[in-house]
Write a protein that binds this ligand. Structure first.
Ligand code: C2E
Ligand code: MG
Ligand code: MG
Length: 331
């Protein structure tokens, strides 16, 4: 009686020369006997509580609640379903066109995974990718995405690249580059037509290792884009550490563009940064003509978004992408 299980998670300690390191922590706890009746369950429940703190940004204290169990059970059930779904062919790719603002030409397509679940319907990658990462399934799923994107695109895209999203976990896998090479060989895809999109979180977790892998990928002739730029917490440091080929400005700034001077200031600053580095900036999430006009006026090089083309099956993406092309060019 009165026993409490406490789980503590440390946060990454960022060691910058000349600055004091920031140390953070997250605490989750469960109290006997209300939250669990035996030792193992008590500790497990404190673990669920600390996990909740971590996913919501960390730095807080949280007591276990029964709802966490259910959420965790649902995640685990979805994870268990992924290998079966791969076998049953429930995953497929959508492609979304990317455009040059100056010429209106399509510069490439981003491959986005889709899951048509027999009972749950369409499951969003924003939901199942983190689960696949957590349960060690992203390696197989990520390979499948690469292999499928390379073979679907190989014969079709004469100009432009296919951009594929990479998860932090894939980047941390020491065998990833070998598998990537094997996929290029198997599909006959030209590395020059492949772009990989990585987010900053992928790099921050283990920076030295990630930079090493990025250099190996680059050496194959594949280009690299930094995705969701501006949402990480050390964007500028990441850009300084690795010479990316493209900056993908997060759509959060674009949606605020018309209403917020601050968003506009940030967009301008990132475009200036891209110019100084000599790398193009692609703005994500263009949803209307007004946003496109502002970006054109500010000198943004590339755009992608529902206004110009929604993600769709390969043939539809190509057909509809061409229809929207003049819109991207129009001044
Ligand atoms: P992301 O890489 O930033 O992809 C862009 C997301 O924005 C896509 O969501 C796309 O459908 C959506 N989007 C595009 N244009 C617009 C727009 O105009 N307005 C709005 N509101 N949204 C727009 P999606 O397909 O749901 O993917 C979400 C995230 O899941 C992706 O963000 C990416 O991080 C991840 N993801 C998707 N496919 C894969 C994959 O094959 N592998 C990995 N590791 N992650 C993936
Ligand atoms: Mg992306
Ligand atoms: Mg993005």
């Amino acid at each position: 009686r009165g026993w409490t299980a406490v789980q503590v998670a440390e946060e990454a300690v960022v060691d910058l020369p000349g600055r004091s390191p920031r140390i953070g922590g997250s605490i989750g706890f469960a109290i006997f006997p209300d939250d669990a009746e035996d030792r193992d369950t008590l500790i497990n429940n404190a673990d669920l509580a600390v996990h909740r703190v971590k996913v919501s940004g960390g730095g807080k204290t949280c007591r276990y609640e029964r709802a966490m169990d259910e959420a965790e059970r649902a995640r685990r059930a979805l994870a268990n379903d992924i290998p079966r779904a791969m076998e049953d062919g429930e995953f497929f790719l959508h492609y979304q066109p990317q455009y040059s603002v100056a010429s209106g030409e399509i510069t490439g397509y981003e491959a986005l995974i889709r899951w048509q679940h027999p009972k749950k319907g369409a499951v969003s990658p924003a939901d199942f990718i983190p689960i696949a990462e957590k349960y060690g399934l992203i390696g197989a799923l990520g390979d499948w995405v690469l292999e499928t994107a390379c073979s679907e695109a190989r014969d079709h895209v004469m100009d432009g690249r296919i951009a594929v999203n990479l998860s932090a976990v894939q980047l941390a896998d020491p065998r990833f580059v070998d598998r990537l090479k094997a996929i290029l060989v198997r599909t006959g895809m030209s590395p020059a037509k492949l772009e990989l999109e990585v987010t900053e979180t992928a790099i921050i977790a283990d920076k030295m290792r990630a930079l090493h892998v990025l250099r190996q990928i680059r050496a194959l002739g594949i280009t690299l884009a930094i995705d969701d730029f501006g949402t990480g917490y050390s964007s500028l440091d990441t850009l300084q550490s690795f010479p990316f080929d493209k900056i993908k400005l997060d759509r959060g700034f674009i949606s605020e563009l018309a209403s917020s001077d601050r968003a506009l200031a940030i967009v301008r600053a990132v475009l200036a940064l891209g110019r100084s580095f000599g790398i193009p900036v692609l703005a994500e999430g263009i949803e209307d003509a007004g946003q496109l006009e502002i970006l054109r006026h500010e000198g943004c090089q590339e755009v992608q978004g529902f206004f110009l083309g929604r993600p769709a099956r390969w043939e539809d993406a190509v057909r509809l992408g061409k229809v929207a092309a003049p819109r991207a060019r129009r001044a």
